[in-house]
Design a protein around this ligand. Structure first.
Ligand code: DI6
Ligand code: FE
Length: 398
């Protein structure tokens, strides 16, 4: 790997102190895949390093998509049409559509089929400067398919220059064969499959869907207790469609993140702040489902809760594979600032995945960088459907 120095750039370092940490006419030295130095007055030791002039381009940390369901079979375009003919998302789900219809398509897909279907979605993210993608299971809802999904997710990280972080989401929905018996499903399928997936090294975190159409806090707590016993961090789809206590439960377990949280309240925001749990906002689902309940952004700000943004790429509520569009949606739909949007897909997204080696530009962190054909960071969230990536550097390569 060539050690080199990138010069003549505007650098958004995204420091832990907050703000863009902008460095004008700055340089960043890359040694053995890590950031060795970043600043303006280049130390003499770098004067004979290969030097690449960025010609004033913006450099940010490479982007991180901290919430996706990237691996799945089939698609749900027909349900999209149903909803546009008046059916609500919950009505589609209760009529046996929704998540369960993707389960059928995923159960019949081989690992290779799942990989082949996911790669175009992964490539779409990578072309926008993404270096880390979180991928959940949750469309198998039986042991074999959940394990196959997680193996496919792990395989994606060997087929592309990208880091994959996996989340076990066995508690995503109750499969048809357990209709009306959620507790039995948790006991007989979800928990044993979590054990098997962990034993195979397939799980980085454990997630759940805490919602009226999925699992209640008591059921999610049993999954979280099993995760804790295995030493695995947790995260949770919480307060997406109603308020049933998921956000508070996530905070109680010290979750890495609570996700969606449109129906969370000020008390929930306080609990997240105390637990240092990241609020992951998912405007793609809000937009696709034509939701109206906004997440409590003002309360999250007041409490100092780190806000992340992600695609929630999934075939039902967010068939979206553009983190740049998510930044624009975060600003336009949720009134985030462009700075909050950039932090949401870099340093706060890293925190939502428990990563401390990326998401910022600082000595000792990975040289995961995105170089943009823009002059100002705000342009990244401002543009709609216009990828301004000039180059992505992954672990010092590229
Ligand atoms: N919330 C969502 O919006 C997705 N899953 C979840 O827990 C929906 C997934 C799907 O509709 O396929
Ligand atoms: Fe999701």
């Amino acid at each position: 790997m060539t050690n080199r120095i990138l010069t003549g750039a505007k650098i958004a370092t995204m420091p832990t102190a907050g703000g863009y940490g902008l460095i004008d006419q700055g340089a960043v030295a890359i040694r053995d895949g890590l950031v060795d130095w970043v600043g303006t007055d280049m130390p003499a030791e770098y004067s004979n390093w290969p030097n690449e002039d960025m010609a004033g381009r913006l450099i940010t940390p490479a982007l991180i998509d901290c919430h996706t369901h990237l691996v799945f079979g089939g698609n749900r375009a027909r349900e999209f049409e149903m909803r546009l003919n008046g059916a609500t998302y919950e009505e589609v789900a209760r009529a046996g559509g929704g998540i369960v219809s993707t389960v059928t398509a995923t159960r019949t897909a081989s690992e290779d089929n799942l990989i082949e279907a996911a790669l175009p979605r992964l490539d779409a993210l990578i072309t926008e400067g993404v270096s880390v993608v979180e991928v959940k299971s949750g469309y198998g809802l039986d042991a074999d398919t959940e394990l196959r999904m997680l193996r496919a997710a792990r395989a994606l990280g060997t087929l592309r220059d990208v880091r994959i972080k996996t989340s076990f989401l066995g508690a995503h929905a109750v499969p048809p064969e357990y209709a009306g018996r959620p507790d039995a499903y948790i006991d007989e399928v979800c928990l044993p499959t979590l054990q098997a997936a962990h034993a195979e090294g397939l799980v980085d975190a454990v997630d759940g869907f805490c919602e009226g159409i999925a699992f209640d806090t008591t059921q999610i707590a049993r999954v979280f207790d099993a995760a804790t016993a295995l030493g695995l961090p947790v995260k949770l789809h919480a307060e997406q469609l109603s308020h049933i206590g998921g956000t508070a439960l996530a905070a109680q377990y010290g979750a890495l993140s609570a996700d969606h949280i449109e129906y969370a309240n000020a008390a929930d925001a306080h609990a997240l702040a105390k637990a240092e749990t990241v609020a992951v906002l998912l405007p793609g689902a809000f937009y696709t489902l034509h939701e109206t309940q906004m997440p409590p952004v003002a309360a999250l700000r007041d409490q100092g809760v780190p806000i992340a943004l992600a695609t929630d790429c999934n075939p039902g509520s967010s068939p979206l594979a553009s983190l740049l569009l998510v930044m624009n949606m975060g600003c336009t739909l949720f009134r985030l600032t462009p700075l909050e949007a950039l932090a949401g897909v870099t340093c706060h997204a890293a925190q939502a995945l428990g990563l401390t080696d990326t998401g910022r530009i600082a000595p000792g962190l990975r040289a995961d960088l995105a170089i943009w054909d823009v002059a100002e960071p705000a342009e990244l969230a401002y543009r709609i459907g216009f990828n301004s990536l000039h180059r992505r550097i992954f672990g010092g390569k590229g």
